[in-house]
Design a protein around this ligand. Structure first.
Ligand code: GTP
Ligand code: MG
Ligand code: ZN
Length: 292
C-alpha cells in the first residue's frame, strides 16, 4: 500500500496510509543497497507487518522536490524561522536556506519569531527582505501576534519549518495548532549542547495540511552549482536583470550595475546584497575546486 513517511528513528520509519493509520516499517535491503535513504515527506510503497512483526518499506515514489538539510521531501513551503531575540538571527544561514529551497522549486516564507521581545529587531530583519518574495511575517508565540495570518497562509499545504536551534519552531507549531511538541529554553540547551527537537517529524493538522518540525542546525554551505546561477535565487534582482552594462553581470563589483544602483538608492537592502556577494565569492571558490 501507499503511505507517507512521518518520521524516521533508529532505523524504523513511521508511515501513514491513506486511512490515517500509522505503520512501523523498516527499509528493505534493496533500498539500502541502492543508497536510497527515505526522507520524511516521502511517499512510499509499504507492506505493514502482521501482529508483532515489523513491516517493510519497499520503494520510494519519485519525489516532487527534496532538501538535503533539513533532509525532507515533497514540501510545498519552506518556512524559514529566525528569532528577533536570542539566538540572534543568522541571516546568512537564512539566505543559504532560501537559495537551496528556491533551487529545489520550493516556495519560501520567512517567519520572524519572538517579536514580543524585540519589535525593533523584528522590523529591521523584515525590512532586509523587501522585494525578496518571501513575505516576511513577524509573529509571537507568546502574544499570538501574526498567528492567524500564518495559519491561513499555510492551510492545506505541506510546510517545513527550518532554522537555528532555539529559534522557536516547535513552540510556534504548538501555538498554531494546539499541539504539545517538546520545546526547550536556551539555558537547558547550552547545558546539553543539543537540539530540543532531535528528528524531523511530519504532523497532519486540521484543515488538511501537514507541518514538518525539524531539529535546528547551522548551515555553513549551500549546495555547489555554477556561481552565475546564484543571482537567480534573488527575486529582488529579477526586475533589474538586463539593465546592467556587462552581460552577464554578477551584480557584485561590476561598474554600471543596475542591482548595485538599486542598493545605492535603498531599494535593495545593503546587508542582504552584502551577504549575496559573500555567498557568491564562496561559490566561485567551491566551483573552481569542485574536481579536487
Ligand atoms: N518570548 C518568546 N519566547 C519564545 C517564543 N517562541 C519560542 N520561545 C522560547 O524559545 C525557546 C526555544 O523554543 P523551541 O520551540 O524549543 O525552539 P526550536 O526552534 O524548536 O529549537 P530546536 O528544536 O532545538 O531546533 C523556548 O524557551 C521558547 O519558550 C516567542 O514567540 N516569544
Ligand atoms: Mg524544536
Ligand atoms: Zn549587475
Amino acid at each position: 500500500m501507499l503511505a507517507t513517511i512521518l518520521q524516521g528513528i533508529g532505523g524504523f520509519y513511521y508511515a501513514m496510509d491513506d486511512t490515517g493509520a500509522v505503520h512501523q516499517v523498516r527499509a528493505q535491503r534493496k533500498l539500502r543497497r541502492d543508497r536510497m535513504k527515505p526522507k520524511v515527506g516521502d511517499r512510499a510503497e509499504i507492506t505493514p507487518g502482521e501482529g508483532e512483526e515489523d513491516g517493510w518499506l519497499q520503494a520510494i515514489l519519485p519525489r516532487k522536490n527534496e532538501l538535503t538539510r533539513p533532509p525532507v521531501a515533497n514540501i510545498d513551503v519552506a518556512v524559514i524561522v529566525a528569532a528577533a531575540a536570542a539566538p540572534l538571527p543568522d541571516l546568512m544561514m537564512a539566505d543559504r536556506l532560501m537559495v537551496n529551497a528556491r533551487r529545489a522549486n520550493i516556495d519560501v516564507r520567512l517567519v520572524i519569531t519572538k517579536c514580543d521581545l524585540d519589535e525593533g529587531l523584528a522590523a529591521e530583519v523584515a525590512g532586509q527582505y523587501r522585494g525578496a518574495a518571501c513575505a516576511p511575517l513577524r509573529v509571537s508565540s507568546r502574544t499570538g501576534e501574526g498567528l492567524d495570518e500564518l495559519r491561513a497562509a499555510l492551510a492545506g499545504r505541506v510546510c517545513a519549518l527550518a532554522g537555528q536551534s532555539g529559534a522557536g519552531k516547535s513552540t510556534l507549531i504548538n501555538a498554531l495548532y494546539g499541539l504539545d511538541l517538546e520545546t526547550g529554553d536556551l539555558s537547558r540547551r547550552i547545558d546539553r549542547g543539543k537540539n530540543t527537537t532531535r528528528s524531523c517529524r511530519l504532523i497532519p493538522v486540521a484543515g488538511g495540511g501537514m507541518v514538518l518540525d525539524t531539529p535546528g542546525f547551522s548551515l555553513l554551505e549551500t549546495d555547489v552549482f555554477d556561481p552565475v546561477e546564484l543571482k537567480d535565487s534573488y527575486p529582488e534582482f529579477a526586475p533589474l536583470e538586463g539593465g546592467c552594462y556587462f552581460q552577464p553581470c554578477y551584480h557584485a563589483s561590476e561598474p554600471r550595475c543596475a542591482v548595485r544602483d538599486a542598493v545605492e538608492r535603498g531599494e535593495i537592502d545593503p546587508k542582504r546584497h552584502g551577504r549575496y556577494v559573500e555567498l557568491l565569492q564562496d561559490m566561485r571558490q567551491r566551483w573552481r575546486e569542485r574536481y579536487d
